[in-house]
Unconditional design. Structure first.
Length: 269
């Protein structure tokens, strides 16, 4: 891999620090757990391992929380891969340690698009790698239709035709507790080499339709609020107030009853 990188021109790939990534992932799990009631993936919505091919995960951009949730998914579902993701140069300058987590800088100029495609192509030249993209390029409500994706995603499908492109839908919604839920599902994998399409525009539309279908599938199940349809990945914070919850716990102990911190305890079943 080092020899290949030396022969390629363009920006150098970020060096990922495994120690820093492990520490930041542990922090992220606790941080997400303090702010959300749960992290759930739709039953049968987890991805297959997809071994032997480079991987592009492209998702809707619903929230500031997306990169942290993707970090947890990368550790959970793709532990054998080194993950990379683009970030605006200005943000990378503000959070420089992100570069050691696998982020690389991009800008919206024509030259920036070329650098993004070149860096992405080099990342995908090694099958153990994974590239995470939010091709909407801005925060968008998960129910907004039609999806408007940047053409760079379609151009990348032409350059990395043997890679697997995997849609991921995420939304942050309130069910029955004081804190919101994080709900997600992966869609069907797409390999551009196995389909006959035109240029970047056609591929952007094809991938956009796949992401929209995945989001619509997620919305349908989210609205039902049925915990039996979901696999619980992370149990987060619950309860109303520490003082009030402490009083409820004491009453339950005195009465020799089971204490349930959640407003709807059946949500965990």
């Amino acid at each position: 891999m080092k020899t290949t990188m030396q022969k390629c021109s363009g920006p150098a790939l970020p060096h990922v620090s495994k120690a820093l990534l492990t520490a930041f992932a542990a922090y992220t799990r606790g941080h997400v757990g303090r702010h959300f009631h749960s992290l759930r993936i739709l039953e049968n919505g987890a991805p297959s391992r997809l071994r032997g091919r480079p991987l592009v995960i492209f998702l809707n951009h619903a929230s500031w929380w997306d990169p942290l949730v993707c970090l947890l998914f990368a550790r959970r579902f793709f532990p054998e891969r080194t993950s990379f993701a683009p970030i605006e140069n200005a943000m990378l300058a503000r959070y420089r340690f992100f570069k050691r987590l696998g982020f690389f800088g991009v800008d919206r100029s024509a030259g920036g698009t070329r650098n993004f495609l070149e860096t992405s192509r080099r990342i995908l030249a090694s099958p153990p790698h994974a590239l995470w993209l939010t091709p909407q390029g801005r925060f968008v409500d998960p129910r907004e239709r039609p999806l408007k994706l940047e053409r760079g995603l379609g151009a990348l499908a032409g350059l990395a035709a043997k890679a697997v492109f995997l849609p991921l839908a995420i939304e942050y919604t309130f069910w029955n507790e004081s804190r919101p839920e994080i709900l997600a599902t992966f869609g069907e994998p797409i390999v551009p080499a196995l389909e006959s399409l035109g240029g970047a525009g056609a591929w952007t539309e094809r991938l956009g339709n796949a992401l929209a279908e995945t989001q619509d599938h997620l919305v349908t199940h989210s609205c039902r609020r049925n915990p039996a349809e979901w696999d619980l990945l992370n149990r987060g914070a619950a309860g109303t107030n520490p003082i009030y919850d402490g009083w409820r716990w004491l009453r339950a102990r005195i009465a020799r009853q089971e204490f349930a911190r959640e407003h709807c305890p059946e949500a965990w079943r």
